[in-house]
Design a protein around this ligand. Structure first.
Ligand code: CA
Length: 245
């Protein structure tokens, strides 16, 4: 299993409020997570940094204790790790006035030898590339996604919609949070991409698919995707994590 991530401020923003973490407790087990923070100049950084650290530490600890065999209980472990991250961010925001209202998205994957579990809150995304096809696994929790689902705008219009930054779920803004969890089969040669909206707002799924199809190392794929975002002006922070079995 090869895992690689990078994050970049982009060409417009003054600071980077995205964070990512990669943990590999053993050869056949990977934990990857991307958070896109919000809430003031410094607070967004704090929310995303605490989010990736709290989530990956909690899930790594569960892995060390031994993963349960059944999928439902593995999904519950992911949700539990997300709740831990939510609670830590929420408490920090409650205790520190300068962090009031901060929050973050979270998209994460627990990658095993032939399956992966994905957790998602907000509009950072997980894609699965398998047998020549790109599948978006996570569904955005955003205002524009709701408009797309109601047929009021097209996915293409969503990409440039003035309200595209408004998310309907976040971590750290309330005591509880609703979490989506998915399970996918994962074959040799498949790839997973986790990314913030700084990538997907400027690079289309077709282009992402073309890059993932190339038989190159995850590090090169991640750098190529960042370069494409930069070429489009990178108006937002860009974070990309690529996993290859
Ligand atoms: Ca963003």
């Amino acid at each position: 299993m090869k895992l690689f991530g990078l994050t970049d401020t982009g060409l417009v923003r003054q600071n980077n409020q995205d964070s990512y973490a990669i943990r590999q407790p053993d050869e056949s087990l990977g934990i990857v997570v991307v958070c896109d923070g919000m809430g003031g100049a410094r607070a967004g950084n704090v929310a995303s940094a605490v989010g990736v650290e709290a989530f990956s530490s909690a899930l790594e600890e569960s892995c060390r204790q031994g993963l349960p065999p059944d999928p439902e209980r593995k999904q519950e472990l992911l949700k539990s790790a997300v709740r831990t991250a939510n609670g830590q961010i929420y408490e920090l925001a409650e205790e520190n006035p300068e962090y009031f209202g901060m929050g973050t998205t979270l998209v994460a994957a627990l990658i095993l030898s032939n399956e992966a579990y994905i957790a998602n809150v907000g509009d950072s995304r997980c894609y699965h590339w398998s047998e020549g096809m790109l599948h978006q696994i996570s569904q955005d929790h955003s205002v524009v996604q709701a408009l797309v689902e109601r047929g009021e705008i097209t996915p293409e219009q969503a990409r440039t919609h003035p309200r595209k930054n408004l998310i309907t779920r976040a971590l750290g803004t309330a005591i509880g949070t609703q979490i989506d969890v998915f399970r996918i089969d994962y074959r040799a040669g498949d790839k997973l991409l986790l990314c913030s909206d700084g990538l997907t707002n400027v690079v289309t799924d077709d282009v992402v698919s073309r890059e993932l199809a190339l038989n190159i190392a995850p590090e090169d794929t991640a750098r190529a995707l960042l370069t494409l975002a930069i070429e489009q002006g990178a108006p937002d922070n860009v974070t990309v994590v690529v996993a290859q079995l």
